[in-house]
Design a protein around this ligand. Structure first.
Ligand code: APR
Length: 229
């Protein structure tokens, strides 16, 4: 059985990392237009770099929770029959032992040169005065996908959705496309679909089944069930 898994901020919530659209989430406190768009970065690179420096620090201090560990266990046992796609830019899946992890929105731990597109490991604190190691251009950006930009690795993701027998979404509100449409693509390819979330997401009606609760409880229970057959 081929399984495609999509995770969102909710899987890292119990590790202490902010989600976006829950009460008190990042987009309830900040204007995403200022912090997660190319226009916002062009207007005030220092503000945007500080926002991601804060999130990078928080992600470094966080530890994977039982949901990350369970998915890593599933990948270890099922190998290439599991494709793990995350919208998250933290590295908690990797630190739990997941490999590979497809980061469709990039990573807090990468830096990108807007001029020559060179990528390198991000410094713990990025500053506008930093320069690209390849071309010397100033003000590199975090290697993350902002609103209005194309997510990464879409070819690999589309292929996994076309081939999967089961699509599972964990900890995502289903508010942002194209990720919110992955359930439709999986279903159209004949897959069963399952939503594991604290509360029903925006696309909950598109899933065959759903379970509500914290990821740290739902995901280990689901993985145990999958590995028991
Ligand atoms: N366990 C399971 N689900 C949880 C938990 C938890 N402990 N806590 C919160 N959730 C659920 C919420 O109910 C919500 O449906 O996780 C979801 C988080 O939704 P969002 O905050 O919208 O995060 P996400 O779906 O990952 O956002 C998608 O939007 O802003 C962009 O780039 C950003 O990747 C992000 C994308």
């Amino acid at each position: 059985m081929q399984i495609a898994i999509l995770t969102g901020a909710g899987i890292s919530a119990e590790s202490g990392l902010d989600t976006f659209r829950d009460a008190g989430g990042l987009w309830a406190r900040y204007d995403l237009a200022d912090l997660a768009t190319p226009e916002g970065f062009a207007r005030d690179p220092s503000l945007v770099l500080d926002f991601y420096n804060h999130r990078r620090r928080a992600a470094r201090k966080a530890t994977p929770n039982p949901a990350h560990a369970a998915l890593a266990r599933l990948q270890k046992q099922k190998g290439e029959r599991v494709t793990l796609v995350t919208q998250n830019i933290d590295d908690l899946h990797e630190r739990a032992g997941s490999d590979p992890v497809i980061h469709m929105h990039g990573s807090l731990f990468g830096a990108l040169c807007g001029a020559c597109r060179t990528r390198w490991p991000a410094a713990p604190v990025m500053r506008p005065a930093d320069t690209c190691p390849a071309c010397g251009a100033e003000s590199p950006r975090p290697d993350v996908v902002w609103f209005g930009e194309m997510p990464c690795h879409m070819d690999r993701i589309m292929s996994a959705l076309a081939q999967c027998d089961l699509f599972v979404a964990v900890g995502t509100s289903g508010a942002v496309f194209p990720a919110a449409g992955f359930v439709d693509l999986a279903r159209d390819s004949g897959a069963k679909t399952l939503e594991l979330n604290l509360e029903p997401g925006d696309r909950t009606g598109a899933f065959d089944t759903g379970r509500e609760g914290p990821a740290s409880v739902l995901v280990p229970a689901w993985v145990d069930k999958v590995l028991s057959v």
